[in-house]
Design a protein around this ligand. Sequence first.
Ligand code: SF4
Length: 119
Amino acid sequence: MKELICIVCPRGCHLKVDENDDYKVTGHRCARGVLYGYQEMTAPTRVVTSTVVLENAGEERCPVRTSQAVPKAKMFEVIDIVRKLKISAPVSLGQVLVPDIAGSGADLIATRSFSGTGN
Ligand code: SF4
């Protein structure tokens, strides 16, 4: 039996997942917790949020995130690409900066717009 805290919403339910009973989840207050507990034990994923170097905007960094959760096994590769990435304004909210980042199936997108009036 594995104990986890559900991070899907701020209620933070204390889940128990029984790997000997087909990953049966208990302790959840809603169905999203069942899915989270199952996925966390079988194929854990995370949305990656970070910032990248930004030029021509008057600010130095642009906040970014992956468009969906990526497998934990791909996270270091994703973070390495993010760390080396440089972009230049203008940038639009939701703009895809790196499609299918690290072959994860998720795109890296900007989470803020910059007009490109800096310098
Ligand atoms: S099980 Fe449901 S209510 Fe509990 S933390 Fe997860 S999402 Fe929130």
